[in-house]
Ligand binder design. Sequence first.
Ligand code: GLA
Length: 739
Amino acid sequence: MPQHDSPAQSGHPTDAPETSSLESNTRLVWNPFLAEYTGQAPARMRRMELTDDCPFCADLTTGRVPPESQAWIRPNDFPALQPPNGECYLLIYSADHDRTFADLTVPEVVRIIGLWQRIYAELSPRYPCVMTWETSGEVIGQTQRHPHGQTYAVAIMPEMLGRELAAVERAESAGDLCPFCAEVRAESAGPRIVLEGAHWVGFIPAYARYPYQVRLTSRAHTSAITGIAEGEPMEELAAFLPRIIRAYNRAFQAPMPYMLALHQLADERFHLHVELLPVGRAPGKLKLAASCEMAWGFWMNDSFPEVKAAELRDYVRREEEERVVMEQLPAPAQRAIAAYREQFAPLTESEPLTVAWAPGRVNLIGEHTDYNDGFVLPVAVDRVIALAGQPHAGTTSRCYSVHHRQRHFFRSNRAALLAPDRRRRTPLWVRYIRGVLRELVARAATPQTPAFNAAIVGDVPVGGGMSSSAALDVAVATFAAALGGPRLSPLETALLCQRAEAASAGVHTGIMDQAIACLARADRALLLDCRSLRYEYIPVRLPGVVVAVFDTQVSRALASSGYNARRQQCEAATALLGRLVRADDASREIRALRDVTTDDLARYGARLPDPLLPRARHVVTENARVLAAAEALRAGDADRLGALLYASHASLRDDYEVSCLELDVVVEIAATVPGVLGARMMGGGFGGSALILVHQDTFEGLRDVLAAAYPARTGKRGELHRCQVSGGPESRVIALDKR
Ligand code: GLA
């Protein structure tokens, strides 16, 4: 151990005048009684604590790091040590502000271990000790939320490392094995193991000071992090560290403040190990340091390591099992579970968590044909609305919408649902949920859906023309079924959701959106006859072709649009044409525009008042285009399909008049890009999204062209999404821990 003759400025603090000029200085002060150094760095009091202006996010915009950097090292602006006593650095783990170390993936943690190696390699030739650590939690001094760790290179040997090194030296002079190697062998497969792999052993030391402290030691003898080889040894470490932290969070049912410290030295006799020190001793108890610990340095562990290790082992295992299940869920379902935990904690352990989701859709072709008993050809896409929650014994259901940041409750027993909703201010998203539950209780007295609490998250753009409302309706029906409510066939569910939508939003939609949300299959389009409700799946086999959707960012609210007006015009045209046709041929029945032919339009069209002829012409020609498109899809003829898309758009724009400037502009721009096969407005119209079929190699080019030309012509930004043709609704019941 260095004594007074260290590079530190030593002395008693009262020796120095209390002036602000001294504030930038840091110093190390020797304690002659305990034979250790204390650092002093008053300038650190000026740090901005947990500000909204994140200085690490600013690194990305101020040019401090290259723009694509995901992890970087930067000097600490408030160093606790200055040369020659030491140097301080920050290790920024992620460009994304809203993460924690425990959330990072294995490749991301591997990248961080790379930073640990780099900083060690740079500083260890100049300083006897390089302390690298990761912390979480304000109580132990975290002042920025952005995921980061720190490194102090220090000119003295910190007390603990000095004592560990002395143990290594004692073993050496006794001719014994490295004590860390010996400990790893002794602990392996023993009662204090928390988790172990081929390269790392994590255990609670027999002499642990704190109940949940874990030491993770490498099986191979190496003195520093630079000795950890890429590949398996590094990946195992990258997997184990966040797993242990997540187990802490689970043990304490909250993010547990911890320190994660690398003990390493250049001395090759030393053995690298990682100390994980959560500050909590027992859930619900705050006891950071007891008197005997602070005042005497005598640690008292109120537990046995074997017992705590068994507990942590179990948390690690359960956490891992849950993670595997979670990773298979669509992202919104995962987020709904997290939001549910946040909004409705504590979970009741007796009930498992139920999560259900349903997809948004892209209609390849067949617009405004569904309520005319015609044909449609939609696909579901890899965007869903998800609900996560639990049933309970009461009669009030509570829902939280992440999108709207609103929490709402309503009585959901049978009588209350059947009674009209008298609250005038019920938001639309709640009306949808209530509407589906209402239809469910209306059709059968049993089984009934219990009351529940749930969080709702989706990535189907709301008002984006991808039918987020049908996705929500179907997700609610699927959730209700999973909670023990009525189990209906996909078509029954679709019809029920259609009724619910009409009742709750006042929009008399066709069946397309609900049908595809219920019936979708991955990589298949649904050719649906909206009269007979017979359907056929057609494989979407268009190699190298991307289904892209451009959100015009013109929000369309079906209710306020001319949707219902178009529907009435179709009914009026049907009635008139019916009369005209039957006057000439009594054997024909015109129940809907589906029954009208192009010949009929040629013969009787002139007798229809404006604008019924163009409205009817759109429906009649669009039905023919759907059947032609189904043929093209069967034949894998992307060019033909594309041409039909353009024709559909022209008809919707000119005859049906449901397009808008922005949709027309997108289609026009897309048509100028080589590699675009076809484009058209999609859904009800008056805003929302356009569908673009484009060759994969042209997708990025199309994005660039739209990014430049669309705002120039519309003053709006818009956004291009690439969609996967995906499956229908699903639910899972997950046995989760309280957390
Ligand atoms: C909306 C409706 C559908 C359908 C389309 C237009 O999405 O919900 O039923 O009518 O418009 O094709």
